[in-house]
Design a protein around this ligand. Sequence first.
Ligand code: 5GP
Length: 196
Amino acid sequence: MKLLEEKILHDGNIRAGNVLKVDSFLNHQIDVPFIEMLGKEFYRRFGNEKVDKILTIETSGIGIAAVTATYFKVPVLFAKKSSGSNMDKDVYFTQIYSYTHNKTNTVTIAKRFLQAGDRVLIIDDFLANGCALEGLLDMVRQAGAQVAGIGIVIEKGFQGGGDKLRAKGLPLVSLAIVDAMDSATGKISFRKEARE
Ligand code: 5GP
């Protein structure tokens, strides 16, 4: 998506360890009208699918999942990383390694919110190695639910997670795919096929 690529070029910063910071519009401060446009684009790409629920993971996926849900008119379910005492006991759980925090979290979803036959659209802010998505897919499988689609705002194509999922035949749409980025020059290049 051209407007997203331009926004990344204008506002993004490349940090050590191949981390792309876009916290002026997506990951810290949220530019709501801008991400509403991204949500509308996910609706254009997946609106023909039957979607019962949008699934994401806390924290950064929630904003984009919520605006996307306003187009689909379905609830948003987010997998939780913390297991407080007020958490449901009857949960699906999985382990997810966090690339940006360099730690493994146990992530949970209450069974009462995800059931066999539910068709879920998975939405997340970033896709890098694919650990977060693999974890969400694992819990969708545990529930006997179905994947209606996967929508990602920014895929870092050079880390390979997206292509592994495409090779498995999963319906993955990334609105921008970063092919290469260089922290020394600040140069970012994009894969053309995400410009549909
Ligand atoms: P993966 O599990 O695919 O390796 O990484 C996806 C998760 O890590 C996303 O949910 C996102 O929160 C975080 N992440 C991975 N790479 C980046 C990055 O370059 N920038 C930001 N802001 N988050 C990232």
